[in-house]
Design a protein around this ligand. Structure first.
Ligand SMILES: *Cc1c(COP(=O)(O)O)cnc(C)c1O
Length: 404
């Protein structure tokens, strides 16, 4: 879902594929070579452009760097497969019969997570069906209840081939806390994956067991390495299996935990440039509703970026942009296509030409590697990093850079 139309404004999202690779290698450092690893490319690869991101990852996978790509919807998986992505693709979302049938046809792997799915599987008795099973250990979104296990075993058919067992943590930030929610979830999950049935089913080559999103990954694999003496590395016990990882946010360069101890690099930088600038007098107002009033004679710049491009209106009078190495305030209400910036503080340091030419960073890095992080924008608009990234509008062209 990448826009490839010619555009006539400088607004663009630069996607640094080199940084994507860098982040993947950073994660790999903490995992055994064969630990289940599922880079998440759902939701248009967190807004980065799923086709190009999947292609870049697919190339890496000739070296077996990960197990499967992860998408949320059947149609996301179909798009990638139809455009030539060769890696295994795991569809984490729910499905109906026609969705399952398409997944079989295009060799996408389903996550079976409720009794109704078993009925769908049973309606394909003549084909080998490989899939992952998902258990709900506390989030109460998707997944079998742990006490569904006997029923699943009873209905297990000869043509069913289990390829993975999974759960999802709803508060992975507390994974190292023995009194935390994740600890309880992992205990429940452990009972399931170490049950006799799954052990038999796994045979010599163990079934991958996976539960960790980015926050879970940091808390399970990274932080214990840093603080070996304080926490036990593997609180599930000596014989417990490795936990597979399904990283999303970390892959795109951000850590959901305060101290990540990894050098992740942001993959997306959202940029634009001023289309107009003008002086206004003390007392005059800016934008719809006149919510910003000049307290001095001011120089105001207009950027071609608005809430239709994913720059939330909630950021009005709250956020900043990065311009010539400096953070400048966004003033007045953010419009559908435009937002305004107070340039008064830089007015004496910069020529009109420079105002016209210099790129403005809405988030990400400028040419000199100054960073305005997505986390900041999330804070200013009282949301989370994930939502800022996935909000970047469809009409913002993604420019893919193959840098290192
Ligand atoms: C989105 C998603 C992830 C990735 O989460 P991040 O916090 O972005 O790492 C992992 N597992 C499942 C089931 C998901 O839906």
């Amino acid at each position: 879902m990448t826009t490839e139309i010619k555009t006539f404004r400088r607004t663009r999202a630069e996607i640094h594929l080199g940084n994507l690779k860098h982040n993947l290698f950073e994660l790999k450092k903490f995992l055994k070579p064969n630990t289940f690893l599922c880079p998440m490319v759902k939701a248009n690869a967190y807004g980065h452009g799923d086709i190009e991101i999947a292609k870049a990852l697919d190339q890496l996978n000739s070296k077996n760097l990960f197990s499967t790509l992860g998408v949320g919807l059947v149609e996301e998986g179909l798009l990638l497969r139809q455009l030539g992505i060769k890696s295994p693709i795991l569809v984490l979302g729910s499905f109906d019969r026609s969705g399952f049938s398409e997944m079989l046809r295009w060799k996408l792997t389903a996550v079976v997570s409720q009794i109704r799915h078993l009925e769908i599987l049973e309606s394909f008795p003549d084909q080998t069906l490989g899939f992952h099973l998902k258990f709900d250990t506390g989030m109460h979104r998707l997944g079998f209840r742990p006490d569904d296990l006997p029923l699943i075993i009873k209905r297990w058919a000869k043509n069913w081939k289990l390829q993975g067992l999974m759960t999802h943590l709803y508060q992975a930030e507390d994974l190292m806390d023995p009194n935390g929610h994740s600890f309880q979830q992992m205990q429940i999950f452990k009972k399931i994956f170490s049950s006799e049935f799954f052990r038999q089913n796994s045979g010599a080559s163990a079934i991958p067991v996976h539960s960790l999103n980015s926050a879970g990954f940091f808390n399970y694999y990274v932080l214990p390495n840093e603080f070996k003496n304080e926490f036990g590395y593997n609180f599930l016990g000596e014989e417990s299996q490795e936990q597979g990882v399904r990283p999303g946010l970390a892959l795109y360069g951000y850590s959901p935990v305060a101290q990540s101890h990894l050098s992740l690099k942001p993959v997306m930088s959202l940029k634009t440039a001023f289309v107009q600038w003008h002086r206004i007098k003390k007392g005059e107002v800016v934008s719809y509703g006149g919510t910003w009033k000049a307290e001095r004679n001011s120089l105001i710049g207009v950027l071609p970026m608005g809430y239709a491009d994913g720059y939330h209106r909630l950021l009005s009078n709250r956020s900043k942009v990065l311009f010539a190495g400096q953070l400048l305030p966004v003033i007045g209400n953010v419009c559908m296509d435009y937002l305004m910036v107070d340039l008064t503080d830089v007015e004496n340091k910069i020529s009109e030409n420079e105002i016209a030419e210099t790129e403005v960073v809405l988030f990400g890095c400028d040419e000199k590697q100054n960073l305005l992080s997505v986390e900041k924008l999330a804070q200013w608009s009282q949301t989370i990093t994930w939502e800022i990234l996935t909000s970047v509008g469809e009409r913002v062209p993604r420019i893919f850079l193959h840098d290192s």
